[in-house]
Ligand binder design. Sequence first.
Ligand SMILES: Nc1nc2c(ncn2[C@@H]2O[C@H](COP(=O)(O)OP(=O)(O)OP(=O)(O)O)[C@@H](O)[C@H]2O)c(=O)[nH]1
Ligand SMILES: [Mg+2]
Ligand SMILES: [Zn+2]
Length: 301
Amino acid sequence: MILKINHKAQVIATYSQRMIVRTVNGEHFNARIKGKNLRPVCGDWVLIESIKNENEKLITKISVRNNELSRINTRGKREILAANINLLIIVIAVHPEPDWYVVDRYISTAENMGIKAVIVFNKIDLDKKNNKAIDFIQDYKKIGYQTIKCSVKENSNLDKICQIVENKTAILVGQSGVGKSSIINKTTNNILKISEISVVSGQGKHTTANSMMFDLPNKGKLIDSPGIRDFITYAESFSEIISGYKEIKLHGVDCKFHNCRHLREPDCAVKYAVLKGKITNHRYNSFKRLINILKNLKKIN
Ligand SMILES: Nc1nc2c(ncn2[C@@H]2O[C@H](COP(=O)(O)OP(=O)(O)OP(=O)(O)O)[C@@H](O)[C@H]2O)c(=O)[nH]1
Ligand SMILES: [Mg+2]
Ligand SMILES: [Zn+2]
């Protein structure tokens, strides 16, 4: 009898049905999935098997995940983007102009995953005079989120990004064109250049096809992800939505009703905090907006 030897490996890149995996010894292999039910994502630990007379490996099992980065896709279904992440880096830029509602939804996802979210504000070379985005940045600092202003073009503050990723697995998220792949190219010693893992989109512009993990010299791992224009948080309940907005959760403990939704209830400490300026109008509107989006998608009632 021939014993099949299973090896442990991590998925470091995904291209729909195909993956690149890296074994614990640092060997890279192309791999495909055994059967139709496995859905490995970047960051997954998997078991791989050799296939007779082929270089490609077969992924036979996905290890239990520490966490999952999910969103609701355009068809209203839950989609897992990556797994086993311990830092979410939300990249925004002077251009294209930030969508702060989307920033909030990424933050709420990180809060519910139990991981830290950091806001990286790239391309500051394009706006030396500090535009209104800087005020927003201050608001997020006040809530307790670390923010880093940087420029890939001028190579400024990229070392700060490397520092926070040390010994961690971080994913760069944010809309298309903010500079996620550029940050990766400048900070990692990746062998593959971004152009090789990109496809040319309709506009003739290079867009990252799928997620891919790169190593930093300090044992940090950075995952590049394709730009998503309208990221929608995956949440199943009001309490999850509330947990995603940490200052709302904090003030909410003083509401009259323990299950207050902070919408139309009397004696709501959250609405009072908004009136007093302790919670910004933007963040409260963002919270209500997310509730409406999820209600329309029938994810909560
Ligand atoms: N002026 C300026 N341009 C930058 C900076 N960083 C990146 N860019 C440019 O912005 C454009 C988009 O950068 P990418 O790194 O491809 O953006 P991305 O976030 O990976 O985009 P997607 O892969 O489509 O999600 C490129 O033309 C970069 O050269 C910066 O700090 N300053
Ligand atoms: Mg990219
Ligand atoms: Zn309330």
